[in-house]
Design a binder for this molecule. Structure first.
Ligand code: PMP
Length: 453
């Protein structure tokens, strides 16, 4: 089937795909199965996949597969396609830039779009202080560079990350990431001078933000020593760790302690950034202004781009040539980022994320009211999660979570799981998804849960 032959566009853009859930085969269908067999033979098992399909088109709120199935997208390719997949302005910017030049290497022959992305990031990130930005290819690479910059600036080595944190799969970022399976097991030894502090996890620890901050700071002071600490890195809302929203006051107390002790506070907004949470950056929900902020995912509508943005005096700590990479700030990715940032600022996407958040929260809370296995519903904007538990013991129920997610995918709804205990379903729809698809997706989730014994 040709999936682009129906003229049914969504007002927020995307290719002309019918905005519908449509199953014409079982998932996976025969074409998809063929690709998965080739994948198994050609690609290592370590590179997994969640949804067993061959994707051929995506836009608005759907992903279409090679068998003609149209799946509701509640994952955005892990929080990437916030502006919607193949957003027309992103497509046009990419095409125009690709026809002009595809690469010079910004460190060899600079070009305007890189500088324009840096200017835009310096403007849209929290805080009115002087800022600078450097561009990279992936979230992990941005995190690695934020740590390099903080160490160079402070002339200290230690870095504190938090329980439930996720920062990537490179060697340094594996050390920063909390969860062993599947991210770290067997891949050590890890980078040194990384320490872990307890998080604020209101649903499970029952602490106020101030209490949780005191617990973390006390551990850091005793086990690391403020004078040794270059940086503290934290996701304002934990992503892979389970969409954990810290209690009020937790993050501001950490930021204040960092300021008092000359420690660089790094907010990893790779997953939470760019309107995802109903604010341009999640830090805004907590009233904090990070020293450095790492971004990626939503920044460029699906093109690989990442950034470190922060206080000019910190960002300028490195000698010339200490930061960079062959592809960092590739001109096609920069063109896509400029089009995406324009869409975030001017297409009403912040409002749209908030509306999606209300809809998701209302629906999931209604489910929670009738099913005690939904232990907690939390998040901000279009980043909402449900945590599944054994209603008798309150223990995490990873098996139930996996079964619900599997059933949803079989019914044509892409949902992703997360959480240290594997018991969280996270909802990260593209902001271009229409309300009726969101409702239909949640109907499928509710039916999948009801069908589990
Ligand atoms: N930080 C956070 C908060 C993330 O969610 C991720 C990706 N899930 C990363 C870093 C790593 O990004 P990437 O996969 O682009 O390296």
């Amino acid at each position: 089937m040709t999936s682009t032959d129906t003229l049914d566009t969504h007002p927020l853009g995307g290719p002309a795909l019918p905005q519908e859930r449509r199953l014409v085969t079982a998932i996976p269908g025969p074409r998809s199965q063929q690709l998965l067999e080739r994948k198994a033979a050609a690609v290592p098992a370590g590179v997994g996949h969640t949804v067993p399909i061959e994707a051929v088109a995506a836009g608005g709120g759907v992903v279409v597969d090679a068998d003609g199935n149209s799946l509701i997208d509640l994952g955005s390719g892990i929080a990437v396609t916030g502006v919607g997949n193949a957003h027309p302005a992103v497509v046009a910017a990419v095409q125009a830039q690709a026809a002009q030049f595809t690469h010079t290497c910004f460190m060899i022959s600079p070009y305007e779009s890189y500088v324009a992305v840096a200017e835009a990031l310096n403007r849209v990130t929290p805080g009115s202080h002087a800022k600078k930005s450097a561009l990279f290819n992936s979230g992990a690479e941005a995190v690695e560079n934020a740590v390099k910059i903080a160490r160079k600036f402070t002339k200290r080595q230690a870095v504190v990350a938090f329980d439930h944190g996720y920062h990537g799969r490179t060697n340094l970022t594996m050390a920063l990431t909390a969860k062993a399976m599947p991210y770290k097991s067997g891949f050590g030894p890890f980078a040194s001078e990384i320490y872990r502090a307890p998080l604020s996890y209101p649903y499970r620890d029952g602490l106020t933000g101030a209490e949780a901050a005191k617990r973390a700071i006390s551990l850091i002071e005793k086990q690391v020593g403020a004078d040794n600490l270059a940086a503290m890195i934290i996701e304002p809302i934990q992503g892979e760790g389970g969409f954990i929203v810290p209690a009020d006051g937790f993050l501001p107390a950490l930021v204040e302690w960092c300021r008092d002790n000359g420690v660089v506070f790094i907010a990893d907004e790779v997953q939470t950034g760019f309107a995802r949470t109903g604010a341009m950056f999640a830090s805004e929900h907590f009233g904090i202004v990070p020293d450095l902020i790492t971004t990626a995912k939503g920044i460029a509508g699906g093109l690989p781009l990442a950034a470190v943005t922060g206080r000019a005096e910190i960002m300028d700590a490195s000698h010339t040539g200490g930061l960079g990479g062959t592809y960092g700030g590739n001109p096609i990715a920069c063109a896509a980022a400029l089009a995406s940032i324009d869409a975030f600022e001017n297409d009403g996407l912040l409002e749209r994320a908030r509306r999606i958040g209300e809809l998701l929260t209302d629906r999931l809370r209604a489910l929670q009211a009738t099913d005690a296995r939904v232990g907690d519903v939390r998040g901000h904007g279009a980043m909402i999660a449900a945590e599944f538990i054994d209603p008798v013991t309150g223990e995490p129920d990873a098996a139930l979570t996996a079964a619900v997610a599997k059933a949803c995918i079989a019914e044509g709804v892409i949902v992703l799981t997360c959480g240290t205990y594997g018991n969280v379903i996270r909802f990260l729809p593209p902001l271009s998804i229409p309300d009726d698809l969101l409702h239909e997706g949640l109907d499928v989730v509710a039916a999948a849960l009801a069908a589990q014994p």
